[in-house]
Design a binder for this molecule. Sequence first.
Ligand code: MF3
Ligand code: CO
Length: 247
Amino acid sequence: MRRLKSDADIGRIRESAALVKESLGLLRRSVRPGITTADLNEIASRFLASRGAQPAFLGYMDYPAAICVSINDEVIHGIPGKRRLQDGDIVGVDLGVEIDGYFADAALTVPVGEIPDEVRRLLEVTEECLRLGIGQAVAGNRIRDISNAIFEHAREAGYGVVRQYCGHGVGFAVHEDPQVPNYPGGGENPRLKPGMVLAIEPMLNLGTSETSVLDDGWTVVTGDGRASAHFEHTIAILKDRTEVLTA
Ligand code: MF3
Ligand code: CO
């Protein structure tokens, strides 16, 4: 595991997180039927350039865009392109920002116009899972306390919890140790300490938890074609509290 973040480090990560938050607000307000996913990418790219910040995903493992845009049955890592959003879609928007080697990462899923009640409920429960997971992300707890809180709430609601992709440490890079699974598993289960910065990101499916990757090598889709939702925040564990840096 990398070194813990100092208060000064967290201050720098907070600046990146502020731009993640602003970008996501801008993207959320831009979502409407007819806009292309490439348009959303352009909006985020221009905004970050205007603030002198880097889109952290661009070029990461050769990822070709500033943001990930994942529609309906796309879980995560959708590549922006010519596709136009339609009334009734849900669109996941995921964005990382780097300023001078300090990184933050967040995502949300936005309805496009009117969506079916069962999909609206999926979005609500996924966001609740994120909130419950964050509630367990306090010094003295362990990673698995976060995982359990997310998984239990999702399971009670009857959703598939994606297992192939996890939350993660963040701050000095896009992805750091430790992994933050959305399900209770075996393996390492580190204790949470002041100075840890984590991206917590439940991914819930209406149907099966199984996923596959499209031929573009990136886009993760559900195994049954049913909808998927994703919400993510970057949080910092401090001595006496936990701060949601991207909220
Ligand atoms: N947003 C993803 C995450 O939260 C990372 C995207 S990886 C990229 O972990 F390659 F697409 F940038
Ligand atoms: Co992330």
